[in-house]
Design a protein. Structure first.
Length: 370
């Protein structure tokens, strides 16, 4: 007997095998999806299909190690349990870097791969009647999402974005270590009787970190020179007030050149700048806050540029002043400017049009002109 497995169903084990052949004669299969919940060490995989009457079924689930031998076993298992006349699509979330090895492996083998932004899956998950969130129910939700949606086929991004991301993240970690060492040096020197050997070591560490940062910057510069298109995009983005080469490079690296982004709303959510507000009736009303459920490197990259833009650009200075006068919270206004800057970077990149710093002046001139 063939049973549908719905999210939340209690079943024994992690592998469900059903007689497949009788089903082919009963209903025509329109679509097959392999939904994969990716973790650092394992892949929780669910198989689903859609029939000619548009009904869906999840009929198998199994766990594989997130490494090369697990990828081979996964593909073999999928081939065994799917109709070879209907090419299955592999669907997974963009989970940091843990999904990349599997995505590269599948794409190189000619399989259909779709990578979805995490917020899309989480929003879809909330529409399902699932009380318990586990790796298994997550993979089943991804499978259903893939069956019900028409997804773009993922293509391996340009190698430069991966290299740029590795270097910008390495620099970010290095800066954190250097800042911590500087704080330790300051604390040691502030003592009544500083330990001279400790002070010497701290200073040597700082010099070492400075040299390493210079090396990373040189590597980043060399990479950009090798790719004229990416280099041109970086220069274009730098036309925006407050945005420097390092920030522009970080944004392109963290988004793979906005590969999975289709609109500004998706970008804001991917970065974790989307606003969440808890409200229930008239008695419960929480403060509106950004979700922070997104790429922390993007949010971090926008902080200093936003402060610079507020000081140097009338457009952002006006936005900041308006928001501060509205609710009196400066940090909230700064975050709003960060979000606005990120949206403008996306627009500049997509339209290939440089930022016009004198926009407000031109607008006022056109309004006051006779």
């Amino acid at each position: 007997m063939i049973h549908n497995i719905q999210p939340g169903d209690k079943t024994k084990g992690d592998f469900h095998f059903f007689d497949f052949k009788p089903l082919i004669g009963m209903k025509k299969i329109l679509k097959q999806v392999v939904g994969i919940d990716v973790a650092q060490k394992e892949l929780v995989v669910s198989l689903g299909r859609m029939y000619e009457d548009l009904s869906t079924q999840i009929y198998a689930c199994k766990t594989f190690p997130n490494q090369s031998n697990g990828f081979i076993a996964l593909v073999g298992w999928v081939n065994q349990l799917t109709d070879q006349q209907v090419l299955p699509g592999y669907v997974m979330e963009a989970t940091g870097v843990y999904h990349e090895s599997l995505a590269y492996f599948l794409a190189e083998k000619g399989h259909l791969v779709s990578i979805v932004l995490p917020n899309k899956i989480s929003n879809y998950f909330r529409t399902l009647e699932v009380k318990t969130i586990t790796d298994k129910t997550s993979s089943q939700a991804i499978t259903l999402f893939g069956l019900e949606r028409k997804l773009d086929t993922w293509k391996k991004p340009a190698g430069i974005f991966k290299k740029l991301r590795q270097l910008t993240r390495e620099r970010d970690q290095l800066i954190q270590h250097r800042t911590m060492t500087k704080n330790q040096l300051h604390a040691e020197q502030a003592e009544a009787e500083p330990n001279k050997s400790s002070v010497t070591r701290f200073k040597k560490q700082i010099i070492f970190f400075n040299k390493q940062e210079q090396q990373i910057r040189a590597e980043l510069e060399a990479l950009l020179k090798q790719d004229k298109q990416v280099s041109s995009s970086v220069k274009l983005i730098c036309s925006l007030s407050g945005i420097g080469v390092l920030t522009a490079t970080t944004i392109l690296a963290e988004t793979n050149g906005f590969e999975l982004i289709r609109n500004k709303r998706q970008l804001v959510s991917y970065a974790g700048f989307d606003v969440r507000e808890k409200q229930s009736g008239t008695s419960v009303k929480g403060k509106a806050r950004i979700s922070k459920k997104g790429n922390k490197y993007l949010r971090k990259a926008m902080h200093m540029p936003a402060l610079s833009a507020i000081r140097s650009d009338e457009r952002f200075k006006a936005v900041f002043a308006r928001l501060v006068s509205k609710h009196g919270i400066k940090m909230k206004a700064v975050v709003a400017v960060q979000r606005k800057l990120l949206e403008l970077i996306y627009t500049i990149y997509k339209t290939n049009t440089p930022y016009d710093k004198d926009f407000l002046k031109k607008l006022e001139s056109s309004i006051t002109a006779p």
